[in-house]
Design a protein around this ligand. Structure first.
Ligand SMILES: Cc1cc2nc3c(=O)[nH]c(=O)nc-3n(C[C@H](O)[C@H](O)[C@H](O)COP(=O)(O)OP(=O)(O)OC[C@H]3O[C@@H](n4cnc5c(N)ncnc54)[C@H](O)[C@@H]3O)c2cc1C
Length: 418
């Protein structure tokens, strides 16, 4: 005999835990309690949550707006509308967690420890008697007279209602895989093509390696066949594979959309200055330091490693001193500072990506996150075709859609509708 529940939440990540807590808290004392199970494939819930924000968990952003989302972002508003950043901060305050805002609207737990976020969620699951069953990789969901039969290799349960929050493909080392999509497809859902997002862009290793470890502030533009396709601003980090950093992550989604073909990244390394102003400054530096090697021309304004590499690339056989550079050479150097280009050969793989672009189309769920194809089934989080920019936007979506799915499922059960 399989154990029977009112509600089963599949996936013990951010969206699934928020859904379970939200569903459980809908039933006030005296009105009876929902029997809720949280089914997680990993040996523990919330493994990915601990890795977020470099262990600090950037859990929302004060600048939440539909334009910070991609995929079916044009359909996100009815679902995101009630869930302001303040709502999420208040949600966590009600669970006993204080948050703080740091740079660029990013919100973290006050103690800057992701574990604090997981701790309050787990405590609430316990408080509301949610039965957490770990080591339960759900492989099959069948419709039954009472609702759904949910099974994995070693478990089988029956439930009246189901929230699916199995996440995406990013970071398989923490358990992400495609099993959730497969189960949803068997229930009639579709899935748009999936590709890694918020991930490093790869370039020619001969271009990347000499710069490995350097960081600089830049305005980065993604060029498709030489034409600007998108831009972002922030710190760029150079790695052995290519380019990383938040502004590159934000462009990686667009690169994936173009299937990484015919793409370049152009870095403006002095975005506050025009090319003419940069040239003027270089002229002054030349006048002040004519005896230094020309290779040091950019040291006064750029990261030394980056400046010297630009000079090497613009003038491969440059042996002059600074004072011997002519106007044309100064202008070439300033143009390179304003447009340091890298061919893009692709992105790193799922193992290095923070989020999944693509998923179950939002048109397949209603404004309460209920499946339009399979009543009683609710979807939340990254498994849907929504992904956000770097900066707390993805967890904001996970919490919001999870809270909404859990609340909707619980209210439908309470009202006797499945
Ligand atoms: C390294 C890293 C850092 C990040 N940092 C941030 C950040 O600071 N801010 C931010 O907003 N976003 C961040 N993200 C993105 C964010 O973590 C995700 O978007 C978010 O966790 C998605 O929540 P989810 O609940 O939909 O999926 P997940 O958190 O991935 O949870 C899904 C859960 O379902 C389980 N599961 C999967 N399949 C099954 C199955 N068949 N049966 C049972 N269980 C299953 C998984 O094991 C997992 O526990 C980061 C991501 C990574 C990888």
């Amino acid at each position: 005999m399989s154990e029977k529940y009112d509600l089963a939440v599949v996936g013990g990540g951010a969206a699934g835990m928020a859904a379970a807590v939200s569903a459980a808290s809908q039933w006030s004392a005296g009105s009876g309690r929902l029997k809720i199970a949280l089914l997680e494939a990993n040996p523990r819930v919330g493994k990915k949550l601990l890795a977020t924000g470099n262990g600090r968990c950037n859990l929302t952003n004060m600048r939440i707006a539909p334009e910070r989302y991609h995929g079916d972002a044009d359909r996100i508003l009815p679902m995101l509308g009630d869930f302001s950043p303040q709502y999420i901060i208040e949600f966590f305050a009600s669970l006993g967690l204080l948050c703080r805002e740091l740079d660029e609207g990013r919100v973290y737990p006050y103690n800057l420890q992701a574990a604090a976020v997981l701790d309050v969620l787990r405590a609430q699951l316990e408080r509301f008697h949610v039965e957490t069953i770990c080591g339960f990789p759900v492989g099959k969901v069948e419709k039954s007279a009472a609702g759904f039969l949910v099974s994995g290799p070693e478990h089988k349960i029956e439930t009246r209602s189901l929230v699916f929050a199995t996440g995406g493909m990013a970071y398989p080392q923490l358990g992400a895989n495609e099993s959730g999509y497969a189960v949803l497809k068997a229930l009639g859902h579709s899935c748009t093509p999936l590709f890694p997002a918020l991930v490093q862009l790869k370039t020619d290793s001969r271009r990347a390696k000499p710069l490995k470890g350097a960081r600089c502030a830049a305005k980065a533009a993604l060029l498709a066949d030489g034409r600007p396709a998108g831009q972002s601003r922030g710190e760029v980090q150079f790695t052995e594979h290519g380019l990383s950093g938040i502004c590159i992550f934000d462009l990686s989604r667009l690169a994936g959309e173009f299937r990484n073909a015919g793409l370049e990244v152009s870095l403006d390394l002095m975005p506050e200055f025009s090319a003419r102003q940069v040239a003027e400054f270089l002229k002054r530096r030349q006048t002040a330091l004519p005896f230094l090697p020309a290779a040091d021309l950019l040291n006064g304004c750029l990261n030394r490693m980056v400046g010297q590499e630009i000079m090497k690339q613009v003038f491969p056989s440059l042996k002059k001193r600074m004072g011997d550079l002519n106007e044309r050479e100064l202008s070439s150097a300033s143009n390179a500072v304003k447009g340091f280009r890298f061919p893009v050969s692709g992105t790193l793989s799922w193992r290095d990506a923070q989020v999944t672009a693509g998923g179950v189309p939002l048109r397949e769920v209603d404004g309460a996150m209920q499946s339009r194809l399979c009543p009683g089934l609710y979807l939340a989080g990254e498994v849907l075709n929504i992904d956000g920019d770097c900066g707390g936007f993805n967890l904001h979506w996970a919490w919001s859609s999870g809270i909404l799915a859990g609340r909707s499922a619980a209210l439908a059960l309470k009202n006797g509708k499945r």
